[in-house]
Design a protein. Structure first.
Length: 119
């Protein structure tokens, strides 16, 4: 059974920082792209940032200059360092990964971690 577990969410004041972590566990042969998505109240889930297995990153315009995604391949973990947080960053942050299990690549999601930024 493959599992993605996020941690690091919480309540922070505007201008503050948080660091999210997402670890993959279970039986899989490889992990390709991993990323962070967020979903605000009444909004669609949107990409925040992603990172390939080789370290290539893609960051949403709304997060550029403030958020940094990184990856530890040895521990199957990604991180999202969020600085200069704004109230509009509030939402549930989900980890997503493309993992190959028994020779079949599939998309997996974590259960999410809540980030609340107060003004």
């Amino acid at each position: 059974q493959v599992q993605l577990v996020e941690s690091g969410g919480g309540l922070v004041q505007a201008g503050g920082s948080l660091r999210l972590s997402c670890g993959a566990s279970g039986t899989f042969s490889s992990i390709a792209t991993m990323g962070w998505y967020r979903q605000g109240s009444g909004k669609q889930r949107e990409l925040v940032a992603s990172i390939s297995s080789s370290g290539f990153t893609n960051t949403a315009d709304s997060a550029k200059g403030r958020f940094t995604i990184s990856r530890d391949n040895a521990n199957n973990t990604i991180y999202l360092q969020m600085n200069s947080l704004k109230p509009e960053d509030t939402g549930v942050y989900y980890c997503r990964a493309v993992m190959t299990v028994y020779s079949t690549p599939n998309i997996y999601w974590g259960r999410g971690t809540q980030v609340t930024v107060s003004s």
